[in-house]
Design a protein around this ligand. Structure first.
Ligand SMILES: N[C@@H](CCC(=O)N[C@@H](CS)C(=O)NCC(=O)O)C(=O)O
Length: 408
């Protein structure tokens, strides 16, 4: 493969379109997420926090004096920035009382039995390319050969934090012609005012959200569409491996997939320290396990691997720097890096990895963590060429052959 996906997202233009100080800890207690769906909002206490007081004092001095000493400038800007940061974080990243990120739960869940209520040929998938949760669904859709059955619209991160269809970084909304994902959610018969997240599976005929939880969508795509799939023989969640898949999920979801967010969105040092320790402890365990096992559950690729992969592929590009997951990079883990390359090289997987969109998305979209909007240079080991290097993991099993032949 010679294409470099850092330059352009080839699958967007082909398959998809052609298919249809102060003291932050003290302040933090006074901010609560206004729109948080699963937590009651607490009004701010009546006591004015210290750094708001400092801010007001400094602003008053600033307005009435002609000169601005550097100390005053620094303390004013520090107060403004800390206050704004905490306000934004409380909206974007709800936390528990210890300052640890607490991810809101998905509002629309669906299991395989629910699919019988829907006409499978009228479903549409909404994704965003930077998003690791949406990426899972794109990989399973591609591996199962469902590109023509479940068309995709690709939203891109807008400057105001909403997913938009601008036809530039993503595509238009092919199903509903909306300008934002929020508008699509609102088309439901009962309306919707919650978080408009990707991935989202939409029923075009019923004008209804089928599901907006990535793990459910991955399960639906894996086994709910077999009569229409090009690769019905590929089962990423075979009954014999379900127990082991669940065991891995119980570790990988909280400590790795959501673990990187717990590092990046931590609002106290203690919360960050705990998240980092969980994350790197788990990566060390995975590194050991993958020394002797080609995939997480042995010789066969499963949805547990897909879910781990979408975090690993973003790790050195984004999480290592932006989410302060700095202890090590994936490129420093011999087995994890080879495992990541192994999955990247499975036919059709590389096409779902838009490395440029991942970097642009995080560094520009998550404004509170990167207010200068400077996008760091791509780290070595993350380019398409490096990811295409031999991994030699076929020596651990014979599964490579069967995957290559199954995926058409
Ligand atoms: N639990 C959800 C999480 C999805 C999620 O958080 N998606 C993010 C993008 S990575 C999103 O759309 N955020 C927009 C928002 O929160 O308003 C899943 O796994 O599907």
């Amino acid at each position: 493969m010679s294409t470099t996906f850092l330059q352009s997202p080839p699958f967007l233009t082909t398959k998809i379109i052609t298919t249809k100080t102060t003291n932050p800890q003290h302040l933090r207690r006074n901010f609560r997420p206004i729109n948080s769906l699963n937590r009651p909002t607490t009004p701010p206490t009546s006591t004015t926090p210290n750094n708001v007081q400092t801010l007001l004092t400094n602003l008053t001095k600033l307005l009435w004096s002609k000169t601005l000493p550097p100390q005053l400038l620094i303390s004013t800007v520090r107060s403004i920035w800390t206050t704004t940061w905490l306000l934004m974080m409380s909206q974007l990243a709800p936390s528990d009382p210890t300052g640890s990120y607490s991810r809101p739960t998905s509002q629309f869940r669906a299991k395989i039995n629910n699919l019988s209520r829907h006409n499978l040929t009228t479903l549409h998938l909404y994704v965003g390319l930077p998003c690791p949760w949406a990426h899972r669904t794109l990989i399973v859709r591609a591996l199962k050969g469902l590109e023509e059955v479940v068309p995709v619209s690709v939203a891109s991160p807008g400057v105001d934090g909403l997913w938009v269809f601008d036809g530039v970084m993503g595509t238009d909304d092919y199903a509903n012609g909306c300008k934002t994902l929020k508008e699509v959610y609102k088309l439901r018969k009962d309306g919707y005012d919650g978080r408009s997240t990707v991935p989202m599976l939409w029923d075009v005929e019923k004008k209804e959200v089928v599901c907006n939880e990535s793990y459910d969508i991955v399960q639906l795509l894996n086994s709910g569409f077999n009569e229409l799939a090009k690769n019905p023989g590929l089962d990423l969640e075979p009954p014999s491996l379900r127990g082991r898949i669940e065991e891995w999920n119980r570790v990988i979801y909280p400590y790795v997939n959501n673990g990187v967010y717990r590092c990046g969105f931590a609002q106290t040092q203690e919360a960050y320290d705990a998240a980092v320790s969980d994350l790197f402890g788990t990566l060390d365990t995975l590194e050991d396990h993958l020394e002797h096992s080609r995939y997480l559950c042995g010789d066969s690729l499963t949805i547990a691997d897909v879910c781990l992969f979408t975090t690993l592929i973003r790790f050195d590009l984004v999480y290592n720097v932006m989410f302060k997951c700095t202890k090590k990079k994936i490129v420093e883990y011999t087995n994890l890096h080879a495992y990541m390359r192994d999955i990247y090289q499975i036919p059709k997987v590389a096409e779902t990895c838009n490395l440029k969109a991942m970097m642009d998305g995080y560094y520009n979209f998550l404004f509170p963590l990167n207010p200068g909007n400077i996008r760091p240079i791509t780290p070595s080991g993350c380019e398409h060429e490096a990811l295409s290097r031999p991994h030699n993991r076929e020596l651990l099993s014979s599964a490579d052959e069967s995957l290559q032949t199954i995926i058409s």
